[in-house]
Each structure stands twice: as structure tokens, then as C-alpha cells.
Design a protein around this ligand. Structure first.
Ligand code: PHE
Length: 345
């Protein structure tokens, strides 16, 4: 009888020693079988009473050896297996190594210049008004005092929508003036950035789509001097605090009097001569006092209110600032070109 039980215990000891454990699941099975609260060895301690008295001690000793062998094997495997699965999560990523820099995108040069212009005017109380690019000819032309036989309406310049003589792609952001003046009461102080379209042959200097920023200020007693001071402030914020401007008389159907504003760019090198056609001056925008007819067309009493408006192109300013020689590059979205502006805001 007792020989049997000795053999059984010995068999368990052999099994413990030879058990192959390769992962935490197998280790857990081993723990439940030999180490846990209901382990196989425990029940054998109850067998002591069946062993002959002179071998009781030997049997007890053997059981203790088995118990110890199981516990030691369990502890040793636990440490090695947990290290392998826990700390390393099964991969060889080194969490302490410095990370790869994330490639960041870049702003488009047109957006960079546009954002600068917007922030300059926002600082003096102008708010941004964005409007539709598909317009009707009343907002784009008629309201803006541009008579039906005006050359600006020519099919050569304006993109009309298919089969339409009244729906068109706006040719300037001045259409936003009409949109705002018919919808809001003065005082009005807005800038309207956006895309405009003209049916022009695409070359290095002109494109059939480009961007403008319109400005409009309507209130009681707004004068030409207010406009001049506002534009001087803009020119100095945009081109440096020493910048000088000049206003040349001009003509637009929707302003009276009208002017074009130049900033003094300088004549320091060959490039300056080429860019300014030898004059040192650069034309930046068109402007003027809002024509009373425009106010009337939009339901504003010209005896009560007056105002000024201005409009400028963005592409040319972006080309000047970033020394871009071909306007088409601004519309091609070639990442080799755009990448150069990463980090510029
Ligand atoms: N709309 C004119 C243009 O496209 C610019 C302009 C705007 C002139 C407002 C005067 C007042 O050339």
C-alpha cells in the first residue's frame, strides 16, 4: 500500500520537473494544478495516516520536497515569462528612443498673404464677410453702377454659367459690397476675401482665377481722408513702417472719386527696376468713395451716409513677397513648390 503511494508522489515529482511550460497560459494551468489552494499535492498530505509509522517521516519529507519543487519552478518561470510578455509587449519597440519628427504641411502662399491682410484690417475693427462665387449680374454689375453696355460685361471677360445670361462667376469681390449693403444697415465695416474669375488667357502673369480682398466702410461723415489714412496704415503694416504711398486718380464705375494706390518699393537692384518698371512704385489696389448711385441701388441714403471701398489682388502681392515669377505655380499645387513655405505663417 505505502509503496504505491510513494510511487504516486514520486510520479508527481517527476511530472513537475519534466513539465514543459512556454507561456503564461501554461504557467497558470501549472499553478492551479500544483501550487494553488486546491492543488494535487495538498490532498496527498491526507494520505500520511495510511503510511506505515516508520515511513511516515520519509513520506512527509517527500511531500515537502514535491511542494517545494512545484513552488520554486512556478516562481522561476513566472519571473522569466512575465518579463518576456509584459515589458516587451511582444515587440522590440524601444520606448525610450526619441520620436521621429511628424512631417507638417505648409500654408499656401496665397493663404499666408490673405491671412496677413485680414489680420491687419481686423485690428482696426473690420470683420470678414465671405460671399458666393456664383453671382447674378445685378450684384456683380448693375448694383455696382456698371451699365449694361459697359465693356467689363463683355463675354470675353466674364464667365457666364451655361445657358445663362445672368448667372456668372463673379469678376471681382465688389459684388460682396452689394450683398452686404442690401442686407445690413450702416455702420458697415467689412473686408471680403475670396476667389474671382475672368476669362483671360493663362500666362505667367495672368490667370483666369485669382483672389481679391474687398474693403467697405460706410457710416455718417466718412471722408476721403479716412480712406487715405486707413490705406496708409495698411501699407505700413504690410510693407514696413517706413513705407510711403501715393494715390493716383483713376476710374471705377462704383467709386467717385476713384484712385489707385501705389506703395514705394524702391530701386535698389535690377529686380526692383523690373518689378516697378523703373519707377520704384508698385500698384497695390484700387479704391475710392462709394458712388452715391451704388448706395441708392442698395437702399442706403447717400445724403445720410458716405463711405469708401477698396479692392486688391492677392496673387501679385504673394508673388512679390515670395519672389514667385510665374502665377501658374500658385494654382498647380505641386508639393515641391508648396513645401518651400512650410513654417511660414
Ligand atoms: N473691383 C475693382 C477691381 O476688381 C477694385 C476696386 C474695388 C476698386 C473697390 C475700387 C473700389 O479692379
Amino acid at each position: 500500500m505505502s509503496a504505491d503511494i510513494f510511487a504516486r508522489v514520486q510520479g508527481i515529482l517527476d511530472a513537475i520537473q519534466s513539465e514543459k511550460i512556454e507561456n503564461v497560459t501554461e504557467l497558470e494551468a501549472f499553478r492551479i494544478k500544483y501550487v494553488g489552494s486546491k492543488n494535487e499535492i495538498k490532498s496527498l498530505f491526507g494520505e500520511i495516516k495510511n503510511v506505515e509509522n516508520d515511513r511516515k517521516k520519509e513520506f512527509g519529507q517527500l511531500l515537502n520536497d514535491v511542494k517545494q519543487a512545484a513552488e520554486e519552478k512556478y516562481e522561476a518561470l513566472k519571473t522569466t515569462l512575465e518579463e518576456a510578455s509584459g515589458n516587451n509587449s511582444g515587440s522590440d519597440i524601444d520606448l525610450t528612443s526619441p520620436c521621429e519628427p511628424m512631417p507638417s504641411g505648409s500654408r499656401h502662399p496665397v493663404s499666408i498673404v490673405l491671412n496677413r491682410i485680414i489680420s491687419i484690417f481686423e485690428r482696426i475693427g473690420f470683420t470678414v464677410a465671405e460671399e458666393r462665387e456664383i453671382e447674378d449680374d445685378w450684384h456683380n454689375f448693375t448694383a455696382m453702377n456698371t451699365p449694361e453696355d459697359h465693356p467689363a460685361r463683355d463675354m470675353q471677360d466674364t464667365f457666364y454659367l451655361k445657358d445663362s445670361t445672368t448667372e456668372l462667376l463673379r469678376t471681382h469681390t465688389s459684388s460682396v459690397q452689394a450683398r452686404i449693403m442690401t442686407a445690413q444697415k450702416p455702420p458697415i465695416r467689412i473686408i471680403a476675401p475670396g476667389r474671382v474669375y475672368r476669362n483671360e488667357t493663362i500666362s505667367s502673369r495672368s490667370h483666369c482665377q485669382f483672389h481679391q480682398v474687398e474693403g467697405l466702410y460706410i457710416d455718417k461723415g466718412v471722408s476721403f481722408a479716412d480712406m487715405k489714412q486707413t490705406l496708409l496704415y495698411f501699407a505700413r503694416e504690410m510693407y514696413g513702417e517706413q513705407t510711403n504711398i501715393r494715390l493716383r486718380p483713376s476710374f471705377f464705375p462704383f467709386t467717385e472719386p476713384s484712385a489707385e494706390m501705389d506703395v514705394y518699393w524702391g530701386l535698389n537692384n535690377e529686380d526692383d527696376y523690373r518689378i516697378t518698371k523703373g519707377t520704384g512704385w508698385l500698384e497695390i489696389l484700387g479704391c475710392g468713395m462709394v458712388d452715391p448711385n451704388v448706395l441708392i441701388n442698395c437702399g442706403i441714403d447717400p445724403n445720410e451716409y458716405s463711405g469708401f471701398a477698396f479692392g486688391m489682388g492677392i496673387e501679385r502681392q504673394a508673388m512679390l513677397q515670395f519672389k514667385i515669377t510665374d502665377i501658374r505655380q500658385l494654382f498647380e499645387n505641386d508639393t515641391r513648390f508648396l513645401k518651400q513655405f512650410s513654417g511660414v505663417i
